[in-house]
Ligand binder design. Structure first.
Ligand SMILES: O=P(O)(O)O[C@H]1O[C@H](CO)[C@@H](O)[C@H]1O
Length: 287
């Protein structure tokens, strides 16, 4: 029995079949653009694009800084599909809806998922504008039982109990590091642990201190559910966080974060991120 907010295999298949009937592109790579990072899709050549409102079964994005378009195209010889606008739990979507596109991508034939996000830094050595290559994540909602895999398991997508160790492929991280060296931007590049919190409020100082003590390097309100679903269905995953703000950890600090500032920094750094993503040689499996 499926609960009302659960989505069955046919629903994903209907959306995938509709998309395959509308475009000649057959993507192997999917890219999810974080807040203010929608211009990553601009690098795609020979674009076919679809507003989410035209795609059967697709949720709608409600957050400023997230256009609602799915863009297909070619990137350095790879066929890609790019989400200009992601879905967040705090928008009121169920986690199945939040991650709906990832399973649709699987049915389209996607093998690699690139996730990007805007995030606040806990790590003292990080600067606003840095790019963090995600080496692992802490899924706070997931640890508390809010997981997109909850409910009857659909074995066609993967196992009931998927392992999550080594989720962020080392090979893709190495490719990214090497590329950053050759782009001469290594000084802006970090490697660290991303933590998803539920949001939509930013962290209190006590929460920020807790995350810091737990070893979190950057915090945001997305990504983990998408990565869990992609991993369950066997996709390779690569993730990048753009550090848009330092999370306030001191009671003496009078600064506070806001979404407009997050979008401003995203805009400033999106070109570098676009170059990095578009130049990544995804097909190179060398570790
Ligand atoms: O994770 P993305 O979608 O990049 O967005 C981040 O930025 C927003 C807060 O400014 C939150 O939605 C947070 O998750």
């Amino acid at each position: 029995m499926h609960r009302k907010d659960q989505i069955c295999h046919d629903d994903y298949q209907k959306t995938a079949s509709w998309l395959l009937s509308q475009t000649q592109h057959r993507p192997k790579v999917a890219i999810i653009c974080g807040s203010g990072l929608g211009m990553l899709a601009d690098a795609l050549k020979c674009q076919d694009s679809f507003p989410y409102s035209d795609i059967p079964g697709f949720p709608q994005s409600t957050v400023q800084g997230h256009a609602s378009r799915l863009v297909f195209g070619e990137l350095k010889g790879k066929t890609c599909v790019c989400m200009q606008g992601r879905f967040h739990m705090y928008e009121g979507h169920s986690l199945c809806k939040t991650t709906f596109p990832v399973r649709v991508f699987k049915l389209l034939g996607v093998e690699t998922l690139i996730v990007t996000n805007a995030a606040g830094s806990l790590a003292d050595s990080y600067q606003v504008g840095d790019i963090m290559i995600i080496k692992d994540h802490i899924n706070f909602p997931g640890l508390a039982g809010l997981n997109p895999l909850n409910g009857p398991n659909d074995d066609k997508f993967g196992p009931r109990f998927p392992p999550m160790s080594g989720v962020y492929g080392k090979d893709l991280q190495k490719i990214a590091f090497d590329l950053c060296k050759s782009m001469d931007v290594s000084q802006f590049v970090q490697e660290g642990v991303y933590c998803m919190v539920g949001g939509p409020n930013f962290e209190t100082i006590a929460e920020a201190r807790l995350l810091h003590r737990l070893g979190v390097d950057a915090v945001g309100m997305s990504t983990a559910p998408e990565v869990v679903v992609a991993t369950q269905c066997g996709m390779r995953v690569f993730g990048l966080s753009l550090i848009t703000n330092k999370v306030v950890k001191s009671y003496d600090d009078t600064e506070s974060v806001n979404h407009e500032a997050v979008l401003e920094v995203s805009k400033l750094r999106s070109q570098m991120l676009q170059t990095l993503v578009s130049q990544m040689d995804i097909n190179n499996n060398a570790v």
